[in-house]
Design a protein around this ligand. Structure first.
Ligand code: SF4
Length: 338
């Protein structure tokens, strides 16, 4: 399953051509995903979370194993947990978006576990049914960088002829020593190769990064931001590390607690990362939601919207913007493997 991608590229970064210098909307110092979608489609695109039930190649059959931070449900959205079928998840999501937000455009978001962990023919069958039945304008598929064998890439390219396809890659960090420590089961090179390959095939690429991983410093986060900034990406999600009950990370934390960031410290790191990302990359998320009954630490005071305002206001007060250090940064340096 875990086919390594071969690319013609060597260790050189590949920047996306024709990056815009500045986003066209100025209500926020970073390029919010909503604004990005409005610029692209004229209206906000509502994401409908879907669990196709493909599971994860990095877990054992009984659900054990996998990344140390991962909760047993593999990141399923709460809405999908209450639905009895994929159809219920989708119609519930669309109905909710229509009634609450008057949504008119929808993106199927294959969120839980590893969205490409099925044969290309199975994926083709699933998407054909889904796209015939529901009014999706785009699809976004969350997956691991090492779960994109050639047949899947071919299928994604074929799908992209029909509607816009995004792949959201769980990259987390560019540092191999950390990837090893959190048992990701792939290295940075897998992520780098996947980003370039997907981009070359005309597929939009978003990366998920984590801040606060054990053993990582602020310099490591900044190096990750600069390395990612030098690659042809379209969107970024940043997650603050949450230690959840029942995970391997929770056991590690209990045995040997490590430092977790306070919310103002985390905000400063996020701001420094945002400054190094290209200005036209959509910022899809800068903090994590975890239901209170699952969360061991950290416990923060600010609500999610309050945190978003805090980051935006801190940037406004200092007159700084996403991308204002992009030209100086974006070195594309590949961290040394350990
Ligand atoms: S984080 Fe993703 S790749 Fe890792 S175990 Fe969970 S579902 Fe699998």
């Amino acid at each position: 399953m875990n086919a390594q991608l071969s690319t013609s590229s060597d260790q050189q970064p590949i920047k996306k051509k024709n990056r815009k210098k500045k986003p066209t909307r100025v209500d926020c110092p970073y390029y919010k995903h909503k604004n990005y979608m409005m610029d692209r489609y004229g209206v906000p695109m509502f994401r409908v979370p879907i669990d196709l039930g493909f599971g994860c190649p990095h877990r054992n059959a009984d659900g054990s194993g996998g990344c140390t931070f991962c909760y047993e449900d593999g990141g399923r959205a709460e809405q999908t947990l209450v639905a009895n079928s994929v159809e219920e998840q989708i119609s519930g999501g669309i109905e909710f978006a229509r009634s609450r937000y008057s949504a008119t455009k929808f993106m199927a978001y294959i969120q839980a576990f590893t969205g490409t962990f099925a044969s290309a023919s199975e994926q083709r069958k699933v998407y054909e049914k889904l796209l015939d039945q529901y009014p999706f304008d785009a699809v976004s598929i969350g997956t691991r960088p090492d779960c994109l064998p050639p047949a899947t890439l071919e299928f994604l390219q074929e799908l992209s002829q029909r509607l816009e396809v995004w792949v959201e890659l769980g990259v987390q960090t560019t540092h191999d020593r950390t990837l090893k420590r959190i048992n990701r089961g792939h290295d940075w090179e897998s992520s780098r190769a996947a980003i370039i390959k997907l981009h070359d095939m005309g597929i939009m690429v978003a990366v998920h990064l984590m801040v606060g991983l054990p053993g990582e410093s602020i310099d490591d986060n900044i190096a990750t931001a600069e390395t990612i900034a030098a690659l042809p990406i379209d969107g970024i999600k940043i997650h603050n590390l949450h230690i959840m009950r029942g995970t391997e990370l929770a056991r590690e934390f209990e045995k040997e607690p490590f430092t977790l960031y306070a919310e103002d410290e985390y905000a400063e790191i996020v701001i420094e990362m945002l400054r190094r990302f290209p200005p036209d990359v959509a910022i899809m998320r800068i903090n994590t939601d975890t239901p209170a009954n699952r969360l061991i630490a950290p416990h923060w005071q600010m609500s999610k919207p309050a945190f978003l305002n805090y980051v935006a206001n801190s940037m406004k007060k200092r007159n700084i913007l996403q991308g204002d250090l992009y030209q100086a940064g974006g070195s594309g340096v590949i961290p040394t493997k350990i």
